[in-house]
Write a protein that binds this ligand. Structure first.
Ligand SMILES: *Cc1c(COP(=O)(O)O)cnc(C)c1O
Length: 378
């Protein structure tokens, strides 16, 4: 059976990217590799919309978050984190480990922090050294207005703006330089159409200056080390050579499509996915939906285990479960990275087949028809 992955990381990897990575391994000090790494560094700037360095770390996205917190802050530094789901919660866990002074703002799952609330927090904590945000909160499929939030932070304080862009980069419009973001992180297995294993971290000039002055509390996951090597288009340790080569291929695809077109494609796939779910009588979970992943309430009477089994075993489709309190209540359909319009027909068609298998009443073809209409008009 054909396997079809609709999870928000890992995401599908195009054949040309896999083939590039299947070539015989080369040495990382070999000029051929140095040339590839230099090009990857340059193309990552295109992706993040920045002239600042974007370092390549050999770890998953969380490693990029850990390197950020440990490289920018010291014990006692006050950092505001926004917890609107699993990944915002992770920012708080990291801050508590490395500074012990976390102001965590909890936001209801399915919602994003409102600028007015963040303004209040900044007033209450004028000594905050940083604010940690999540652009697309993957656990709740919810997008935050990073442009507005960043403008507000820059206006009201000197706090650094740290953005977990792990499922937003390559899905949502994002301008690192123009918006005034200080750190943005993504991971290879999300919008970049790559297997897991790399974290990419963009670092502003302001953040670079602070990092230079900090005492290192970590050796391997250190942005200080990574930035120093980056200046010579190098990495401090043996990089994940094959993944960097795959990333070179993926970035060529991204440049060929054009970043603005990629943002538009994700918006349109997300819209069609939501319309397909609505047409099947399924309620959407988020009130500020991400373009990377669509979270959907399981309909009354539909058990996650039976639904997931029907999707996977009979149709080869993997979607993501809900997390924590929403474990058996919602599921999440990803359209992040290497997806097109026909993929949305496939996943909504697969969901129809699974619902039919478990005897959930609905009008056959209603979801697929809504997806067709979303793309083709009425
Ligand atoms: C996947 C994800 C992470 C964690 O990345 P890993 O690669 O699993 O370490 C962090 N934040 C968001 C928003 C994510 O989607």
């Amino acid at each position: 059976m054909k396997k079809r992955l609709f999870t928000p990381g890992p995401t599908p990897v195009p054949e040309n990217v896999m083939l590039r990575m299947a070539a015989p391994i080369i040495h990382h000090r070999n000029p051929e590799f140095m040339e590839i790494l230099t090009r990857v560094h340059e193309d990552l700037k295109y992706l993040f919309r920045t002239t600042q360095p974007v370092v390549v770390l050999s770890c998953s996205g969380t490693g990029g978050m850990e390197a950020t917190i440990s490289s920018l802050f010291k014990q006692g530094d006050k950092v505001i984190t926004v917890n609107a789901g699993k990944f915002g919660e992770r920012w708080g866990e990291l801050v508590r480990i490395f500074t012990g002074n976390c102001i965590e703002e909890k936001v209801a799952w399915g919602s994003a922090i409102q600028p007015e609330r963040l303004a209040e927090l900044l007033k209450e904590h004028p000594d905050a050294k940083g604010v940690c945000l999540t652009h697309s909160e993957t656990s709740t499929g919810t997008a935050a207005d990073i442009q507005t939030l960043t403008a507000l932070i820059r206006e009201q304080s000197d706090a650094l703006v740290l953005v977990d862009g792990i499922t937003a980069v390559g899905a949502h419009e994002f301008h690192f330089d123009d918006w005034g973001v200080d750190i943005c992180i993504t991971g290879s297995q999300k919008g970049l159409m790559m297997p897991p294993g790399l974290a990419l971290v963009a670092v502003s000039e302001r953040a670079q200056d602070i990092i230079k002055g900090q005492r290192m509390t970590q050796y391997y996951l250190s942005l200080k080390h990574a930035l120093k090597a980056h200046a010579g288009d190098d990495t401090p340790f043996t990089p994940a050579v094959s993944l960097v080569i795959g990333l070179d291929e993926a970035l060529q695809m991204i440049k060929a499509e054009g970043i603005e077109n990629i943002w538009k494609r994700h918006e349109s796939l997300a819209d069609a996915c939501r319309q397909g779910c609505n047409a099947l009588g399924m309620k959407l979970f988020s009130n500020s939906p991400s373009f990377a992943v669509t979270p959907v309430w399981l309909p009354e009477g539909v058990k996650w285990s039976a639904f997931n089994k029907a999707l996977k075993n009979s149709n080869g489709i993997t979607v993501a479960a809900g997390q924590d309190d929403y474990k058996d209540k919602i599921f999440r359909i990803s359209h992040l990275g290497f997806y097109d319009e026909l993929d949305m027909l496939t996943v909504i068609g697969g969901i129809e087949r699974a619902l039919k298998e478990i005897n959930f009443p609905f009008e056959i073809g209603a979801g697929v028809s809504a997806v067709q209409k979303a793309f083709l008009g009425n």
